[in-house]
Ligand binder design. Structure first.
Ligand code: KG4
Ligand code: ZN
Length: 322
């Protein structure tokens, strides 16, 4: 729950990580069912510290896309019902805009224009937020998202889901130069599938004696060195793409947002590379998926574009970034 779009009064996250971890990735049907089961409890918990509860609410923001259709439908049905029952305006928000606005939420001095590197499990893009409600996508991934690459490489190395934090942890004890991995440099785009495939071949080429029955390297140091080598190249590709976008737009303020922005190596590399510019990296809780960022983006969207008509459609492949 936010006041004036920027002051977080409460923020409640119901994590599904444990639910999906046993499957090694998100299972869509389980995700939608967990949303259905958890939603009312989460909303009640977010309203509990707010004097007046529902009576203090002026508008509702809900994620309209992109994402899994079942999850989006559960959320919008709940929000639409609440809005209609209470006679409140409702605004459907892009999940991508939410991530872009997590930087605006994190830094009270930040105002557009700013350039955001949005790196999550489903997305890798450079977005220029020109002004509130108006954004331009400058670069996107041609194949895997950065977070997806972390998750897939973690699986190849026998590490747990989600892969990003696991790779970061073991990479801290690894040598990033031991395994030479290829860098993919594209003009105005990102690509991570070549890097992921290169790790797959590196693992295979260790030979059968070096691998467990499930094909994972036995030697913990090999795992650490591969994780460190992968992380270094992934971070380098992201920073290179961000530098190109910054050069193209002349941006003087840069933000790194989305789940992968929690990565320490990425934070350090961006901060070092853009030392002359203003760099905003939200705290961990705002980097990973949360409703506060959706409310912040929704507050600006409501102000600029007005409310949506109840009954609007969800869009699992929504590309809008503001
Ligand atoms: O934004 P997010 O919470 O959910 C999506 O919208 O996808 O991002 C989740 C992604 C996962 O792929 C996870 O592995 C990655 O963020 N991630 C990290 C780290 N923490 C989370 N990747 C690299 N390093 C981390 N420390
Ligand atoms: Zn996300």
């Amino acid at each position: 729950m936010l006041t004036d779009g920027r002051e977080v009064r409460s923020s409640v996250v119901s994590s599904q990580i444990a639910l999906h971890a046993v499957h090694g990735g998100v299972v869509p049907e389980l995700a939608a069912r967990a949303h259905l089961e958890g939603l009312a409890t989460v909303v009640d918990a977010a309203l509990a510290p707010v004097p007046g509860g529902w009576d203090a609410i002026d508008a509702i923001a809900v994620t309209r896309g992109p994402g899994l259709a079942g999850c989006l439908i559960v959320g919008t049905m709940y929000a639409t019902t609440a809005a209609m029952a209470r006679g409140l305006p409702i605004v459907g928000v892009s999940h991508l805009a939410g991530h872009v606005y997590s930087a605006w939420l994190a830094d009270p001095e930040l105002e557009p224009p700013y350039l955001a590197l949005l790196v999550s499990g489903g997305h890798t893009e450079c977005v220029l937020l020109r002004e509130h409600g108006i954004a331009e996508r400058l670069a996107a991934t041609r194949d895997d998202a950065a977070g997806e690459a972390f998750d897939k490489v973690a699986r190849l190395l026998g590490l747990e889901y989600p892969g990003g934090p696991a790779i970061q942890r073991v990479a801290s004890g690894g040598d990033p130069s031991r395994f030479p991995l290829p860098r993919t440099r594209l003009d105005g785009a990102f690509s991570f599938s070549g890097l992921k495939t290169a790790v797959r071949y590196m693992v295979r080429d260790l030979g059968p004696e070096a691998l467990t029955a499930s094909g994972v390297p036995r030697d913990r140091q090999v795992v650490a060195d591969l994780a460190a080598s992968f992380q270094a190249v992934a971070v380098d590709q992201l920073v290179t793409g961000l530098v190109a976008a910054a050069d193209r737009t002349g941006a003087t303020t840069v933000a790194v947002v989305g789940g992968v922005a929690a990565n320490r190596a990425l934070r350090e590399a961006v901060t070092a590379r853009f030392s002359g510019l203003r760099v905003v990296v939200p705290p961990f809780d705002l980097c990973t998926d949360n409703a506060a960022m959706i409310a912040a983006a929704g507050w600006q969207r409501l102000r600029v574009h007005g409310p949506d008509a109840p009954g609007f459609d969800v869009d699992p492949s929504l590309a809008e970034c503001a």
